[in-house]
Design a protein around this ligand. Structure first.
Ligand SMILES: [Zn+2]
Length: 323
């Protein structure tokens, strides 16, 4: 939409009607990173949320649904995936200011700085490679087209069996001429354990997000799927000294979640979230909740429309899911 049309749309009451029509929808927001230049815009998101929506913790939402109490109109749950340190540095003070409860899903091997998130290894190599162009895994990469190259590479890696994914990452790193340092660099580092404990005391909820962020459906067997999921749950419970009852599937598309992952989530967690777009209702499978992915720089007009439920793509499980 053109700028003027957007403004008319948002101010004319159409937005209000849209929100009213979708008032029973449960919106679960998904964020990942919070670069400092996006701070102001994130604050706009939060101010809008605080003024027009009822923001619940995931635990409060789950209890309402389980006890068959009515979920408040225009309910929103705020979730953040992975464990990046910019959550603490940039976003947490804003969430505190607006009194927004957040569920922060942590990949615990990454939290413990035992591994990088594998997508970041690729980004790091691309950013630092001395080669203008190079070939790896049957593809040509150019420093001028980083975003597109990264996207193709990540899609290829995600579709591969787990061992093959690791091989693809290793081949790309080697072809880029970059040795990824063992110590995670500042751009990609996780929250420290002190920061996590401080946020837990400050009301942030924590959820499990596996040990190493694999594509669960590409792991070799059910035992490995269980180890990835329950290992992160146990690690977080030890860190926080309290039960961890929420889980997010890494990458979170239908094809990334298999029978073993769903069964483990059902047995050991009260809720589990996908990364796919959609609104939820109390009837939605509580172990396959849909989300609304956003970046903190999402323009406020578009943010307001999407949150109201305007043109939200409603993802539905394919027949036979999960395989
Ligand atoms: Zn993730």
């Amino acid at each position: 939409m053109r700028q003027l049309a957007k403004q008319i749309f948002n101010k004319s009451g159409v937005l209000h009607l849209c929100r009213r029509r979708n008032r029973r929808a449960i919106r679960i927001l998904l964020y990942h990173r919070f670069p400092a230049p996006w701070r102001e815009n994130l604050e706009r998101h939060c101010a809008h949320l605080a003024s027009k929506y009822t923001i619940l913790s995931m635990t409060a939402l789950e209890q309402s649904i389980r006890e068959r109490r009515q979920v408040p109109d225009n309910a929103v749950v705020f979730t953040v995936d992975d464990g990046y340190r910019d959550f603490y540095q940039v976003a947490y003070p804003i969430f505190r200011k607006y009194n927004i409860p957040v569920l922060f899903y942590l990949t615990t091997g990454y939290m413990d700085r035992e591994c990088w998130l594998w997508g970041d290894r690729l980004r790091y190599c691309f950013r630092n490679t001395p080669h203008q162009t190079f070939r790896a895994v049957g593809m040509e990469f150019s420093k001028n087209q980083q975003a597109a190259g990264l996207e193709r590479l990540r899609e290829m890696a995600k579709a591969a069996p787990d061992a093959e994914r690791r091989r693809i990452v290793a081949e790309f790193e080697s072809a880029s001429g970059i040795q990824v340092p063992e110590r995670i660099t500042a751009d990609y580092e996780p929250c420290t354990r002190d920061e996590i404990r401080e946020m837990a005391r400050g009301g942030i909820e924590f959820g499990a997000h596996t040990l190493t962020h694999p594509i669960l459906s590409k792991l070799p067997d059910a035992a490995t799927v269980e180890r990835e999921i329950l290992g992160s749950k146990a690690r977080l419970e030890a860190e926080l000294g309290q039960p961890v009852t929420h889980f997010a599937y890494p990458n979170g598309r239908w094809q990334d979640v298999n029978q073993a992952a769903l069964a483990t989530a059902r047995r050991h967690f009260t809720t589990a979230t996908m990364a796919l777009e959609g609104l939820n209702s109390p009837e939605t499978d509580i172990h396959a909740l849909l989300r609304l992915p956003f970046d903190p720089d999402h323009p406020i007009d578009a943010f307001e429309r999407r949150l109201a439920g305007f043109r939200v793509a409603q993802s539905t499980a394919p027949p036979g899911w999960p395989a």
